[in-house]
Design a protein around this ligand. Structure first.
Ligand code: G3H
Ligand code: 13P
Ligand code: ZN
Length: 343
């Protein structure tokens, strides 16, 4: 099966009332872990690469690994998505390479740190929508600003400084024609999201529900959605790591989001924790080993376990065979028939 459009996956998820995990990758083992989890659970899936991942991997390597995944797992609808594109040019380079979906994160200026104006965000995102839809590529935009900093990307802070305003969200969708909308509700990237189990004071699920009521047909995206499970933290610390106590987004809150319009859930940190814990365990228990396969295999297996669990929790499990994927060129025709940028 060729790489497919994210818009179709999310439309199908909305029909079925489930969410689809979007998992970040940088290398072959992470892609293999996700594809094995997708096969085991029969899940459609979104694989995403950040700017940092593209530069780490030389993105052509990553692209060809994704083509291999599509060839080796033909039963799995598979999207290749750009995570947090910082500019129109970055999105263009991803589309030119063959990504089937891009995120234009115009909530920040191209430096990836400074919160932008609403007007800048609308203008940059609209440009990406016109360029992408002409090729059948899906666009995710972001309104409101997440907290935290990952690999130099992010505004910092707790995530509560720029929570999404429902009226602005509606105006943004209307003016840009995005296919999916990332919103800020108090989450942040990375392991240190909350200093205690989050409640409504720090994780604004009520705001998410308000936004969904205002724009019920828009596919909402939750970033910073790792749950940072205690058992994964413990494995790292047991084998010589030093993570401070921390809390992520409880899965039941994500499931509440899914019942209220969330269709794409971004997860990276949980997989990073699983990989690191597995590698630390091998290094500590068998320090005589030096074949990378001895620690990359358990690392891949640990990530597969987390991804498969999330696929079941988000509800995408069992849905891989529900529909015939629409090619990007067919999607381009659909967008053009509707008028480019129309949702
Ligand atoms: O947006 C955050 C993702 O976890 C990607 O992180 O920029 O370090 O690759 P990264
Ligand atoms: P986490 O750091 O919570 O995994 O979030 C990942 C993310 O939002 C990628 O865009
Ligand atoms: Zn994100």
């Amino acid at each position: 099966m060729p790489l497919v459009s994210m818009r179709q996956l999310l439309d199908e998820a909305a029909k079925g009332g489930y969410g689809v995990g979007a998992f970040n990758v940088n290398n072959m083992e992470q892609i293999q872990a996700i594809m094995e989890a997708a096969r085991e659970t029969k899940s459609p899936v979104i694989i995403q690469a950040s700017r940092g991942a593209r530069s780490y991997s030389q993105d052509k390597f990553l692209y060809h690994l994704m083509l291999a995944a599509a060839e080796l797992y033909p039963e799995i609808p598979l999207v290749m998505h750009l995570d947090h594109g910082n500019s129109v040019e970055t999105c263009k380079s991803a589309i030119d390479l063959g990504f089937t979906s891009v995120m234009m994160d115009g909530s920040l200026m191209p430096d990836g740190k400074t919160p932008s104006s609403f007007e800048y965000n609308v203008d940059a995102t609209r440009q990406v929508v016109e360029m992408a839809h002409a090729k059948g590529v899906t666009v995710e935009g972001e309104i409101g600003v997440l907290g935290g900093i990952e690999d130099g990307h992010g505004a910092g802070g707790t995530g509560l400084e720029h929570v999404t305003d429902p009226d602005q969200a509606a105006e943004f969708v209307e003016k840009t024609g995005v296919d999916a909308l990332a919103i800020a509700i108090g989450t942040s990237h990375g392991a240190y999201k909350f200093s205690r189990k989050p409640d409504g004071a720090v994780l604004k699920m009520d705001r998410l529900i308000e936004i969904h009521k205002k724009i019920p047909h828009v596919h909402l995206v939750m970033h910073g959605s790792s749950s940072v499970p205690k058992d994964l933290q413990d494995i790292i610390n047991q084998y010589g790591g030093s993570l401070k106590p921390t809390w992520g987004v409880p899965v039941e809150e994500i499931q509440l989001g899914i019942r209220n319009g969330v269709r794409k859930i971004n997860v990276d940190t949980d997989n990073r924790l699983a990989i690191t814990g597995a590698i630390r365990k091998v290094f500590t228990e068998t320090p005589e080993k030096f074949d990378p396969r001895d620690y990359l295999k358990p690392a891949r297996e640990a990530m597969k376990k987390v991804v498969a669990e999330r696929m079941k929790q988000f509800g995408q499990a069992g849905h891989a065979g529900d529909y015939s994927p629409i090619s990007i060129s067919e999607m381009a025709k659909k967008y053009s028939a509707q008028g480019v940028g129309v949702r």
